[in-house]
Design a protein around this ligand. Sequence first.
Ligand code: GDP
Length: 292
Amino acid sequence: MTIQWFPGHMAKARREVTEQLKMVDCVFELLDARIPYSSRNPMIDEVIKDKPRVVLLNKMDMADPRETQKWMNHFEKQGIYPVMLDAKNGKNLDKVVKAAEHVTQEKFDRLAAKGLRPRAIRAMIVGIPNVGKSTLINRLAKKSIAKTGNTPGVTKKQQWIKVGKVLELLDTPGILWPKFEDQLVGKKLSLTGAIKDSIVHLDEVAIYGLEFVQQHDLATLNKHYNIDVTDDAPYIELFDAIGRSRGMKNKGGETDYESVVELIIREIRNAKFGRYTFDRVAELEQLTDDAE
Ligand code: GDP
């Protein structure tokens, strides 16, 4: 479902997450491994502050494995503990629990030194919509708890879910808003299904996605659509070629661009022909270097 974010909603979401944070020992910040920069809430550091944190790069099954590794290294360099994850298929769930143990070790050692009895680690999941929060909660709980596509601002009684012996997870994830100031970020969010509404023009999203694949994986693109375009072909040529190949034509015999746009977005969103990472560590580090 689509959530429209207004300043009031954002303030409320932040307040709710801040309240929930008081109850936990650590936070799982859930990101989409295809866009680890673009899928971060812009105020996440201010919200989480110095609470122990684990970054979960979810949907690794749809991201470029080499790029995911680079993102893992990037977060490690920043002193953040990362885990790559496929919540849908339950891959690396054990690493999530281990990570929570690692980042809270110091706190629990301190408590033990004071003579307090050991207890389970309390954690919560935070992230923007559609990154897989509910899927992960259900996986960890081994049953269906969080409704997928839940709404911010709908309060219900919160409960703890036991995850093995060492972890207790809040059954309600913290939902924060995505970045929206940047057009390119908007296109990436749309292309990966984090936003599905008209904040961005779908034709621009399709052009961005198609040009990305043309630059990074041309042979696969040609093979998948049974076309033969070059790496410098303008996007309109790609649209026409795909339209021809898939029989997407209007009555007048012209390319049915709307259908082609819809097809491209759907297929890239679901990683139908390749695993792509749209946020590149190298580009982010370049940006940070330039700013310094
Ligand atoms: P939430 O809004 O953050 O709670 O996101 P959901 O849990 O509702 O997930 C959004 C969509 O992403 C659903 O269609 C999930 O099946 C899908 N999804 C979640 N995790 C993964 C994953 O690791 N891999 C893939 N391929 N899909 C996932």
